[in-house]
Write a protein that binds this ligand. Structure first.
Ligand code: PMP
Length: 446
C-alpha cells in the first residue's frame, strides 16, 4: 500500500470495490463487494427475501461452495480433499464408551442439566492447563466455553462489530470467520502473508492507510499456527512486532488457534496471548479430541469477559454440560497428549502422500507450500485456470477441493485452491491428486 494510493474518504459508501496495489504487487480490494453497502441493505434484503421480512444482515450471508457441493462430494467414489474433517480413526472408542456410561451413571443429574453460561469450572481449569503448553498463563475465570470456536468467533464479532466496521484478516483467511464477519456486516481488509505468515510491513501500511481515512479496524483476526487455508505458520520473531503494530493503532488482536498443538515436528509455538494479555484467544477441542462434541473456548481480558458471557447466554443459555463433562473426563483419564501425537503422525503421513503426489502428477506452473502441521496445502495453479469454475469438472472427475475465492472476502483467489490431507487415506490422497492433475491438464489444454 504505497504512499498516495490510499483509499478515498468516500470508500465506505462507494457502490463498488476500491482497489489498491500493495507492495507485493497483487491487487487488493479494500472494500469487499460481497458485503453490501449498509445503506442499501434494506433494498438488497427485500429483493433477496421473497417475503421481504428477512433482516438486512442476511444479505451478506452466502452458502459456502464446499457445503453446496457436499452432497456430491461426499459420495464414496469422490475423493474429497475439500473439507477439513479431523481423522478420528485413532480415538480410543471403547475407553470413551465406558467414560460416557460412567458419566451418566455417576453424574447424570448434573451432566444432563443446564449449567453456567461461562462453562463448567472444572473444564475451564483444564483448558488453562492445555493453554499452558503454548506459554499461556491464564485464570479460569477469563475462559468462556463455547459451542466450538466457531461460536466464539460469532460472539466476538457480535460484541465488537457494528455494520460497516472494518476487521483485518490474513489473505486468505478461514471461511467460517469470513462468514461471521459477513453475518454482522463487517468489512474485511485482507493482509497478505508470505511463507512466514502475516507480513508486518503490510499490516502497518494497511493500518496507516486506514488511519488516514479516520478508520480504526475493530480487530485483527489471525491464525498464527498451521494456517487454514494457507498452511503457513507465523514466524516467532514476527509475533511481538504484529502485537506492537496493532497496539500502536489501538486495534485488538483475535488469535484463532485450533491447530497449534498439531505440529508435525512436535514444536509448539508461543501463542500471541502468551506475549500480551489483551489478546483474545480462541481454542478448540475439535482437532485435538472430537469435533462432534462442539466444545471450544475463548480466553478474553476481564474487560471483555462479562459482555462475552452475556452474548453467549443470549445465544445458547449455556454450552452443553454433558459434552463439557465428557471432555473433562477425557482430559483427566486419557493420555490426551499421546493421542495428539498419534493424530499428528497420521496427518504427517497423509501430508507426505499429498506432497509426493503433487510433485509426481501436477502439470508445470503449479506451486504450493509445505505445511509443518495442521490439515492444509494451499495450491496456486497456472494462469488461465479458474479454480471455482473448474470445481464442477473436478467433481465429475471424482475429486473435490475448496476453491480459493471462498477464503477471501473480496473475490480474489481464483487461481488458488485448498487441499485437505487430514481425512482420506494416503492411497486415496494420491489418487485424488492424480485425478486433480488430470483435470488441471485438461483445463490448460483447452
Ligand atoms: N477456526 C479455524 C481456523 C478453523 O479451521 C475451524 C474449523 N475448521 C474453526 C475455527 C472452528 O472450529 P470448531 O468450531 O470446530 O472449534
Amino acid at each position: 500500500l504505497a504512499e498516495g494510493q490510499g483509499v478515498p474518504p468516500s470508500w465506505l459508501h462507494s457502490a463498488g470495490p476500491i482497489v489498491f496495489r500493495p507492495a507485493s504487487g497483487r491487487t487488493q480490494v479494500l472494500v469487499p463487494s460481497a458485503v453490501p453497502d449498509p445503506r442499501d441493505l434494506g433494498t438488497a434484503a427485500a429483493a433477496a427475501a421473497p417475503t421481504g421480512r428477512f433482516a438486512a444482515r442476511t444479505a451478506g450471508m452466502t452458502a459456502s461452495e464446499i457445503r453446496a457441493l457436499f452432497a456430491v462430494a461426499s459420495r464414496p467414489e469422490v475423493v474429497s480433499l475439500a473439507g477439513g474433517m479431523p481423522n478420528l480413526a485413532a480415538l480410543p472408542l471403547d475407553a470413551l464408551a465406558s467414560e460416557v456410561g460412567e458419566l451418566v451413571a455417576a453424574e447424570g443429574q448434573t451432566a444432563l442439566q443446564y449449567g453456567s453460561a461461562q462453562g463448567t469450572p472444572a473444564l475451564r481449569e483444564q483448558i488453562c492447563e492445555v493453554m499452558r503448553l503454548e506459554g499461556i498463563n491464564a485464570d479460569p475465570s477469563d475462559v468462556v466455553v463455547t459451542v466450538g470456536s466457531q461460536m466464539a468467533l460469532d460472539l466476538i464479532t457480535r460484541i465488537y462489530c457494528d455494520p460497516g466496521d472494518v476487521v483485518l484478516a490474513e489473505g486468505p483467511s478461514y471461511v467460517g470467520a469470513l462468514g461471521s464477519f459477513a453475518a454482522y456486516q463487517a468489512r474485511v481488509v485482507h493482509i497478505e502473508m508470505d511463507a512466514h505468515g502475516l507480513v508486518p510491513s503490510l499490516l502497518r501500511s494497511a493500518l496507516e492507510s486506514l488511519a488516514r481515512q479516520g478508520i480504526t479496524p475493530k480487530f485483527l483476526y489471525t491464525i498464527p499456527n498451521f494456517h487454514n487455508p494457507a498452511g503457513v505458520t507465523l514466524a516467532v520473531e514476527r509475533r511481538p512486532e504484529i502485537l506492537e503494530i496493532c497496539a500502536s493503532y489501538g486495534v485488538a488482536v483475535v488469535e484463532d488457534n485450533p491447530y497449534g498443538l498439531l505440529g508435525f515436528s512436535g514444536t509448539i509455538y508461543p501463542a500471541l496471548r502468551s506475549l500480551d494479555r489483551d489478546v483474545v484467544y480462541l481454542g478448540s477441542f475439535s482437532k485435538t479430541f472430537a469435533s462432534g462434541l462442539r466444545v471450544g473456548w475463548a480466553l478474553v481480558p476481564p474487560a471483555v469477559r462479562d459482555r462475552l458471557v452475556l452474548a453467549a447466554e443470549s445465544a445458547t443459555l449455556c454450552p452443553p454440560t454433558f459434552n463439557q463433562m465428557i471432555v473433562s473426563r477425557y482430559l483427566q483419564t486419557q493420555d490426551w497428549q499421546s493421542q495428539i501425537k498419534t493424530f499428528t503422525e497420521a496427518y504427517r503421513e497423509r501430508r507426505d502422500a499429498m506432497l509426493s503426489a503433487l510433485e509426481t502428477y501436477l502439470p508445470p506452473g503449479c506451486s504450493w507450500n509445505v505445511p509443518d502441521g495442521g490439515f492444509y496445502v494451499w495450491l496456486t495453479v497456472p494462469e488461465g485456470v479458474d479454480t471455482k469454475a473448474m470445481l464442477p469438472r473436478a467433481v465429475t472427475a471424482r475429486v473435490a477441493y475448496a476453491s480459493g475465492t471462498g477464503f477471501y472476502a473480496d473475490g480474489y483467489g481464483s487461481r488458488q485452491l485448498r487441499l485437505s490431507f487430514c481425512y482420506p487415506t494416503p492411497e486415496r490422497i494420491t489418487e485424488g491428486v492424480r485425478r486433480l492433475a488430470g483435470v488441471l491438464t485438461a483445463e490448460l489444454d483447452v
